[in-house]
Write a protein that binds this ligand. Sequence first.
Ligand code: G4P
Ligand code: NA
Ligand code: NA
Length: 194
Amino acid sequence: MEELKQKISQEGKVLSESVLKVDSFLNHQIDPVLMQKIGEEFATRFTKAGITKVLTLESSGIAPAVMTALQLGVTTVIARKRKSLTLIDDLYSAEVHSFTKQETSEISISKDYITSKDNVLIIDDFLANGQAALGLMDIVKQSGAKVAGIGIVIEKGFQPGGNQLRERGIQVESLAIIESLNGGKVKFKEEVSI
Ligand code: G4P
Ligand code: NA
Ligand code: NA
């Protein structure tokens, strides 16, 4: 997605050879106009998939997930990372280990919000090692629903998550794929047009 790549080039800050800071439009401040276009792009890419729910993980996945759900005419379910005071229903839970943060967290959703009839689109802001996506897929599997695909705003193509998911036959749509952050510069993977 050209407009997203331009925004990353203009405002992204390369913190190291593996970390890109995009606080100005995705992780701390949100650009709602760009976010709406991101939602439209995901909706277009999954328009024929028969999506009934969009599932994301708090917190930075929420904005792109809501915009996508709005376009698709469905609702968004937010997997929670912390045990909330009100999240006391029957839950589907999964463990997510972050190699970046060196911590494991338990993510959960209420059984009320995804059922075996659902066809779920998973949306997240970043894809690195794929652990969050795998945890969300685990939750969908527990519910008996189907995973229709995964939509990612920024994929770090030099980390293994994206290709591992694609090798499992999952449709992974990343709006910007970063090939490298070496030398303090963002280099995007060339898009193969179809
Ligand atoms: P994984 O799920 O693909 O295995 O990713 P990882 O454990 O590496 O990511 C942990 C957290 O760090 C996630 O956010 C993820 O979105 C974020 N992240 C990973 N790499 C980058 C990066 O290069 N830049 C930025 N800005 N974020 C990155 P989180 O802890 O779930 O936080 P939240 O932002 O959703 O609240
Ligand atoms: Na995230
Ligand atoms: Na994040």
